[in-house]
Every structure is written in C-alpha cells, then in structure tokens.
Design a protein around this ligand. Structure first.
Ligand SMILES: [Zn+2]
Length: 85
C-alpha cells in the first residue's frame, strides 16, 4: 500500500484514518542534524529532518534520478503552508 503524509492523507482517505507519515511527530523525535527517509506517494515528500539549529525541515522530490533522486530541502513551516509544489 502506498504511504501518505499528514498533508496528503486527508485528501486521499479522509480525516478518520491516520496518516502513515506523521511529519511533525517524526521531526520531534529527531536529533539536530539528523533526518529520516520517508516516501509520500502524494506530494513527493522524501525525508523529514532537523537542521543543526534544530529547525524542522522536509525534503521534496525535485527530479527522479537514475542513481539518486534530486530533492529540495525546505522548512516545515513553508511546507505546511502549502506554498511549495
Ligand atoms: Zn504528501
């Protein structure tokens, strides 16, 4: 089954079903300077991380690559605001 983040899951399944990828919870559990790989089928979210300063960040798929995918790191506030597509 495909995984969806808490931004996409409500659009796919409705509010009743918990998302597979709870971005804010993942970020809270991370230490500064670390990240965790995720894969949202909806928005191309590829990783959740924390900067060295403790700022929550997310990595969005920019371009699928042969060996490695290109991602773009943005702040979680930006991502939650839905300004990045
Ligand atoms: Zn998503």
């Amino acid at each position: 089954m495909a995984d969806f983040c808490n931004n996409c899951a409500p659009n796919v399944w409705g509010e009743e079903i918990d998302p597979d990828i709870e971005v804010t919870r993942i970020a809270l559990g991370l230490e500064n300077g670390h990240f965790e790989s995720v894969l949202c089928e909806g928005c191309g979210l590829r990783a959740v991380g924390k900067s060295d300063e403790g700022r929550p960040m997310v990595a969005i798929l920019e371009e699928e690559g042969q060996v490695e995918d290109m991602v773009r790191w943005i702040s979680m506030e930006e991502w939650l605001a839905g300004e990045v597509r």
